[in-house]
Design a protein around this ligand. Structure first.
Ligand code: SF4
Length: 452
């Protein structure tokens, strides 16, 4: 069958789509980029926020019209929203033929066959305690960075979060298997690996913890940078900080979700750390890795959040000076503890007002943090042409800051040295540092990689 697969949401979903491609290709299905040529339309969905759901329902509306014209089109909803809203989808979305959760991808060929062969609906939402898809080699598009899921699920049950219900219990992949995948992607030409997990610092396989795994991955020849997302502030291993400080391949960037700066809100969120513990951790990170960049997630307007609670969040944001932040209004998710226990009682206009204040503050801080970079020289990994001007390149510093620059001889995957000469809120601008001998060691290392 010709399959059109569309991915919504986070990097974990992107990674899952790479797994789905591999599973279906192994059964002789092919993939098309244009829905007009598809016999099966699959949406790999996200459930994390209200607008993610809205996007998918909007897409299903479009597919409803298409299915009227193309009766045999098979429509499937996969991933977190499929798991979270399975009943609703099964009952209220008659155009949907397949609903499969994040642990059911290996059954997709059977589900497609059941729809085509017997005209049955193909629903599977079983969650597994063991499935890590370790035996599947994801089918990646060629590029600079490869995502690798090192674990699946989450046991934290933060009260606002749907992930433990959609992705099940936490389980870690065997390091040997992860390292073998890293060797494969290095041989394919990827220069950077980002290790993915809902809570990477609780990674554990037999005697190996996350810091051990980072070192093992960094030791793979051809891989020049290793990143990870996301850790939980409650149990950040000091061993990992020391490894990051000592090993130049481990990038000096930590995404450390704050969510709120108020102890009472953190308590209701079930985050299991206090404002003080978070700030102490930030101080320790900056002592051990002075050049680190810190980014975060913040939710505005969680159940019961008062003006004073919100002021405390602003105070933490001011005190930490994050390099950037993902900031959201709280939206209640079905199945979560917060839905059962608390009232979503902060009026929408208050949530919006708080979010705007937070965004304004963070923009100011991001600009200041970026301005400090002006005049410095950074090793930049070239990623892709700049969206605003395709004659320029977008690359990233070790600290994950985007840099736009011009270099006629650069190409994705190269490392270049760039002198920063201007700073915006989201990106830096720079010029290639001359003389070009500064790039020679990088070129030599790149040649080494090709011998893998
Ligand atoms: S750590 Fe909390 S927010 Fe993150 S995935 Fe797990 S439950 Fe959700």
């Amino acid at each position: 069958m010709k399959i059109f697969l569309e991915t919504f949401g986070c990097q974990m979903n992107e990674y899952d789509s790479e797994l789905i491609r591999s599973i279906l290709r192994s059964q002789q299905h092919t993939f098309v980029d244009n829905l007009d040529h598809a016999e099966v339309a699959l949406l790999n969905t996200c459930a994390i926020r209200e607008n993610a759901h809205e996007k998918i329902y909007y897409r299903l509306d479009e597919l409803r019209g298409r299915k009227r014209r193309q009766k045999k089109l098979v429509v499937g909803v996969l991933g977190c929203m499929a798991q979270n809203l399975r009943q609703e989808l099964a009952e209220h979305a008659p155009i949907v033929d397949i609903v499969a959760g994040p642990d059911s991808y290996k059954r997709l060929p059977l589900l497609i066959d059941a729809v085509l062969g017997k005209g049955e609906k193909g629903f599977d939402f079983s969650l597994s305690e063991y499935e890590t898809y370790s035996d599947i080699a994801p089918q990646r598009q060629a590029g600079v960075n490869a995502w690798i899921a090192i674990m699946r699920g989450c046991d934290n049950f933060c009260t606002f979060c749907v992930v433990p219900y959609t992705r099940g219990r936490e389980r870690s992949r065997e390091p040997k298997n992860i390292v073998a995948e890293v060797h494969r992607i290095a041989a394919e030409g990827f220069r950077q690996v980002t290790l993915l997990g809902q809570n990477v610092n609780s990674y554990r396989f037999e005697q190996h913890d996350f810091a051990d795994l980072m070192e093992m991955v960094a030791a793979v020849e051809g891989i020049r940078r290793v990143r990870f997302t996301s850790p939980h502030p409650k149990d950040f291993p000091r061993k990992l900080l020391r490894a990051m400080a000592a090993n130049p391949k481990l990038c000096k960037h930590i995404h450390l979700p704050l969510q709120s700066g108020s102890d009472s809100v953190l308590d209701r969120m079930g985050r299991t750390y206090t404002k003080k513990e978070y700030l102490d951790l930030v101080d320790e990170i900056r002592t051990i890795i002075p050049e680190v960049s810190l980014t975060t997630d913040v939710i505005c307007g969680f159940c019961g959040e008062t003006d004073t609670d919100f002021e405390e969040t602003l105070e933490v944001v001011r005190r930490v000076e994050f390099d950037s932040a993902f900031m959201f209004k709280y939206s209640q998710r079905k199945q979560t503890i917060a839905e059962r226990k608390f009232e979503d009682d902060v009026p929408e206009e208050v949530k919006t007002r708080r979010l705007m204040r937070l965004i304004d503050l963070q923009r100011e801080i991001s600009k200041q943090r970026n301005t400090v970079e002006v005049g410095k020289i950074h090793d930049v990994l070239v990623e892709e042409p700049s969206k605003k001007n395709p004659h320029e390149w977008l690359g990233r510093t070790d600290q994950y800051k985007g840099v736009v620059f011009f270099d006629e001889s650069a190409k994705p995957g190269d490392f270049v040295q760039v002198r920063i000469n201007a700073a915006g809120t989201n990106t830096l601008r720079g010029t290639i540092e001359r003389p070009s001998w500064r790039r020679l060691p990088v070129m030599a290392a790149a040649a080494d990689c090709c011998q893998n």
